[in-house]
Design a protein around this ligand. Structure first.
Ligand code: HAM
Length: 419
């Protein structure tokens, strides 16, 4: 029989590393929560049309990387390649845009892109994202960038940089587009590239082929075409970043992989990862909501790559080894099989009281059971035999110091803080 394996290119986490994954994800989420963002839990699959219209047909994500299939009702369904389009769809569908603005939400989960797998690039990967919708204000641009930066600093990351640019407002982009299209017309390009450029000429800045990269060196840059309003807004974002001591580099050639961006756009790049070094990115997307049939609200957000951030944390050695332990307070050992039922009941009572605890299952000799207690990472252990049951007193052993103290079984709960 063929050995079963996970599909090619998916990331998965199991103990003990899953604890670090969870810690990273929770730290990212917490940074969003303390800034007033609330949970949005959305479907993993959506109508294919949403991503075509939202993310853009000129992007690799839509043209090459979507997991699209027909469901049993003959509808075209796509596994979400990113989170922003789904958030917009939900906001429009549930009239959230009619409530107090801005809407500030966070989300976390699995995303799917049929990319060529390599270290840090997966076909199923994890993001934590936020979106702030309904406010076009440099202060909120700053807030969004600061939420990501604060999370990275909280994790202890140091070797990363922040690239920012502005893709301007509609007016800035229209005048730039005219010159860029004229410039591209002077280049000798193949048919497929011309087609991509016709959909979105900015895409050519993102082309990895050296001949296109060098041809684009002299191309007009959007940053030189910013309207007065866009210029002022971008300058204000920079001022706010400077006063918060968040270091950044202006990268006028940055092109994000999704078509909806306008105004402030940014990317966080780890210096400790190889080719797949983008640990998070985002930006403003004025016009996306209206494009999807909603009110003409602006918005800004980010998506952070949990898999890559975990890799960056490991590469920088930021984790304290104490993290690599279970969260169990107490490990109980039944001396003989006669006491198993008693211990099992006791364990159940303790858990009902919110104490995290476990026991040595199976018929293992005391030495083996002590080993399991050690491996469990529990802070305390206690052996229960007929004497303990009779006297109602156990020796509670501190697994770190090795010291024991006598505790009444009935009062065991008081020794621990409840979860
Ligand atoms: P994105 O830049 O496409 O933006 O993805 C955000 C992050 O997800 C990347 O910086 C990277 O860390 C991670 N990521 C993307 N693809 C993969 C992959 N194949 N394997 C592992 N990690 C990956 C977005 O998705 C936008 N929705 C962000 C956003 C929100 N913009 C505004 N609001």
């Amino acid at each position: 029989m063929r050995e079963l394996q996970a599909p090619k290119g998916v990331s998965e986490y199991f103990p003990p590393r899953s604890q670090y994954f969870e810690f990273v994800r929770e730290t990212l989420i917490n940074s969003a929560k303390i800034s007033g963002y609330q949970l949005m839990e959305l479907p993993v699959f959506e109508d294919t049309e949403l991503f075509k219209r939202g993310v853009g047909e000129s992007t690799d994500v839509v043209s090459k990387e979507m997991y699209t299939f027909e469901d049993r009702g003959g509808r075209s369904i796509t596994l979400r390649p990113e989170g922003t389009a789904g958030v917009m769809r939900s906001v429009i569908e549930h009239n959230l845009d009619k409530l107090t603005l801005p809407i500030k939400v966070w989300y976390s989960g699995a995303y799917f892109r049929a990319e060529r797998p390599q270290a840090g690039r997966y076909r199923q990967f994890y993001q934590v994202g936020i979106e702030a919708i309904g406010l076009n204000d440099p202060e909120i641009d700053f807030e969004v960038i600061a939420v990501a930066d604060r999370a990275f600093k909280k994790l202890g990351l140091k070797a990363y940089r922040l690239d920012i640019t502005s893709l301007g407002d509609a007016k800035s982009r229209a005048s730039h587009r005219k010159d860029l299209v004229a410039y591209i017309a002077t280049l000798d390009l193949d048919e497929a590239t011309l087609q991509r450029a016709a959909l979105n000429p900015l895409r050519l800045f993102d082309d990895k082929r050296p001949e296109i990269q060098s041809a684009m060196l002299k191309a007009p840059l959007l940053l030189d075409y910013l309207s007065e309003e866009s210029k002022a807004s971008f300058a204000r974002v920079q001022e706010l970043l400077n006063s918060a001591e968040i270091a950044f580099t202006i990268n006028p050639r940055m092109v994000r992989g999704l078509d909806y961006y306008t105004g402030t756009t940014f990317e966080f790049v780890s210096e400790k990862l190889g080719a797949q070094s983008g640990i998070g990115g985002g930006g403003r997307y004025d016009g996306l909501m209206a494009e999807l049939g909603g009110s003409d609200l602006s918005g800004i957000g980010f998506g952070l790559g949990v898999d890559r951030i975990l890799m960056a944390c490991e590469a920088e050695g930021v984790f304290d080894s104490s993290l690599n332990k279970s969260e169990i307070d107490l490990f109980l050992i039944a001396l003989t099989s006669e006491e198993k039922a008693y211990v099992s009941n006791l364990l159940n009572d303790l858990r009902n009281n919110g104490i995290s605890c476990d026991m040595g299952y199976g018929d293992r000799a005391l030495k083996g059971a002590m080993k399991s207690a050690d491996k469990s990472g529990a802070r305390f252990s206690a052996v229960i035999g007929s004497d303990e049951i009779k006297s109602g007193i156990v020796a509670l052993k501190d697994m770190k110091s090795g010291e024991s103290k006598e505790v009444r079984i009935g009062a065991l709960s008081n020794e621990f803080t409840t979860n």
